[in-house]
Design a binder for this molecule. Structure first.
Ligand SMILES: *Cc1c(COP(=O)(O)O)cnc(C)c1O
Length: 191
């Protein structure tokens, strides 16, 4: 490709995805805030990570999944014994509903502040590893954009603190069957 390409392997985190970084902070906070349970909306890595970290901290975990989540996924999530609620209807609406639950009920979704805080460590590790060089670009897989937002927040904070000499471009990659952010960007929409 005519450039130096570095890959960051996140599959070796305890439950196999970058979600564990955010779960570590989000769930530690839930424990210190005296909560008895946490929740999340997901049918994949987020549910797996949140329920595993909740189990390790002795918290109850509620996982809201779309009703059509395949059984093999549910089986993986069920290993950590969360309470699984299968919800009919619109996934986006379900997601925004649980965001409003965050403050009083402890949902640790992909774009809640404490998950962001943990996921910023992806960026810290990239800069720490490559310094004093700064990558020209960071390319991220994006669904809701939580991880990308966390990385961008970390980049801006490092820049503002004078710890990096240049700001990399951020590239978002979305799979074609589910690409609302890419579509909105192409159509120049703000939402
Ligand atoms: C969660 C996840 C994503 C999407 O992350 P968002 O924060 O929702 O944008 C992409 N890739 C993998 C492997 C994931 O686990």
């Amino acid at each position: 490709a005519g450039c130096t390409l570095s890959l960051k392997v996140e599959g070796q985190n305890p439950t196999g995805s970058f979600k564990d970084r955010g779960s570590a902070v989000g769930i530690s906070h839930a424990v210190s805030a005296g909560r008895e349970w946490v929740g999340t909306v997901s049918h994949g890595n987020m549910a797996l990570s949140t329920s595993a970290y909740a189990a390790s901290a002795g918290l109850e975990c509620a996982v809201f999944v779309p009703a059509d989540t395949p059984a093999e996924r549910l089986e993986r999530i069920a290993r950590h014994d969360p309470r699984v609620f299968r919800v009919e209807g619109d996934y986006g609406k379900l997601y925004s509903k649980t965001l409003s639950l965050e403050a009083d009920a402890g949902c640790v979704n992909s774009d809640t502040p404490l998950r962001f805080a943990g996921q910023k460590t992806v960026a810290y590790e990239i800069f720490e590893r490559l310094r004093p060089a700064v990558p020209d670009a960071i390319v991220l897989p994006v669904s809701s954009g939580g991880q990308a937002s966390a990385v961008w927040k970390a980049v801006r904070e490092l820049d503002r603190a004078g710890l990096i000499d240049a700001v990399p471009r951020l590239y978002f990659v979305q799979a074609a069957p589910c690409d609302p952010v890419a579509t909105a960007y192409r159509e120049d929409r703000r939402e």
